[in-house]
Design a binder for this molecule. Structure first.
Ligand SMILES: [Zn+2]
Length: 140
């Protein structure tokens, strides 16, 4: 296999020591400056990105990493680094454990039907509690 260099890639940090490809992902790396750690050999690099473009680095550094890469793999695609001490967990807009439940009132306090309704909760095709303007009480 041809030896491909990723040194020109902006958001792929190719480790100079072990050759592991560290993906500076997700978008939070686009405007970021700090220290990151190679997932393959734990070498510390100082990098600076602006608008998703590499501005400075990667330069060898010391100390603790500010942020871990989002994903890393070897160039032959046979080894992936997914453990939390090597790469950062994905960034969620909302905690996956805190899912959005059924909602019957919006932030302004107006009734909305964003949850399961039974046939008895409907008047025609509209939710009965909205038509009547009373707070929703599930039929038990
Ligand atoms: Zn490395």
């Amino acid at each position: 296999m041809a030896d491909v260099s990723y040194k020109h890639c902006h958001l792929v940090l190719e480790c100079a020591k072990c050759g592991v490809l560290n993906y500076m992902d997700p978008f939070t790396f686009w405007n970021w400056s700090g220290k990151t750690k190679c997932a393959g050999c734990d070498a510390i690099y100082a990098v600076t990105y602006s608008n998703g473009q590499k501005v400075k680095g990667p330069d060898a550094a010391d100390g603790k990493p500010d942020r871990l890469p989002g994903f890393a793999q070897t160039k032959d695609y046979k080894t992936q680094y997914t453990s939390s001490d090597k790469v950062a967990p994905p960034v969620y807009a909302r905690d996956p454990a805190n899912k959005h439940g059924p909602t019957y009132k919006n932030v302004r306090g107006n009734p909305v039907a964003a949850g399961k309704l039974t046939a008895a909760d409907l008047r025609g095709s509209r939710a009965r509690f909205i038509v009547e303007g009373v707070p929703y009480k599930p039929a038990s």
